[in-house]
Design a protein around this ligand. Structure first.
Ligand SMILES: Cc1cc2nc3c(=O)[nH]c(=O)nc-3n(C[C@H](O)[C@H](O)[C@H](O)COP(=O)(O)O)c2cc1C
Length: 185
């Protein structure tokens, strides 16, 4: 029953090291389509996708994430970042931030969109890692200013992000537990 969609789903894994090679414009266009094609509750499409390919801007977001986590005083979290080389966006050449208008399904809508982007990326020969941590960069007044500087309209809040690029490391897809499926026949 394997087809290319199932193969892509099964092959995706979180990659945390990237080549400098940029994502081609043609592939960026496909990723934008994958984002916009995502279903949303009541078709509200109440989210904005910030595609960042500017290295200096990506690095400034990364720094803001680390600063935000250190400022929050969460030592365990800070240690987790240090153990991953001190980078939260992993030097990928593309970061996509999904910003949502508050709503009951905002998180679900953004989650669907981020997986659409992840699978589209994998199908195009790219890899990715979904990122919740950047919320540390987009909280509070400084976070609001950072979002505004990226062109995010008032009223939209960071929900989830994703780094995308050509992998510089390998990682097997995660293992799963078949017992997590509950069958009612
Ligand atoms: C909502 C969500 C938030 C995540 N946030 C981060 C993150 O901030 N940093 C990170 O390195 N990985 C993050 N991940 C990746 C998970 O750690 C990863 O998906 C999980 O360990 C399973 O591994 P796999 O993606 O390789 O199957 C996140 C994943 C999800 C779904």
């Amino acid at each position: 029953m394997l087809n290319s969609t199932i193969e892509t789903i099964l092959a995706r894994s979180s990659i945390r090291a990237y080549d400098e090679r940029p994502v081609e414009e043609t592939k960026l266009a496909e990723l934008k389509k994958a984002a916009l094609a995502s279903p949303t509750a009541m078709n509200r499409q109440n989210q904005r996708f910030v595609f960042v390919t500017n290295r200096a801007v990506i690095d400034s977001i990364d720094k803001a994430v680390v600063d935000g986590i250190i400022a929050s005083g969460n030592a365990a979290f800070a240690e987790r970042i240090r153990s991953r080389g001190g980078k939260t966006l992993y030097n990928a050449p593309l970061f996509v931030g999904i910003f949502s208008a508050p709503g009951h399904y905002a998180g679900v809508d953004a989650g669907i969109a981020v997986e659409n982007i992840a699978l589209a990326a994998k199908s195009l020969g790219l890899d990715s890692v979904i990122l919740g941590m950047p919320s540390a960069a987009f909280s509070g007044e400084a976070g609001r200013e950072l979002a505004a500087s990226l062109g995010v309209p008032e009223g939209f809040e960071f929900t989830i992000g994703i780094s995308v690029g050509y992998r510089a490391t390998e990682k097997e897809p995660h293992e799963w537990d078949e017992s997590h499926i509950i069958e009612v026949k």
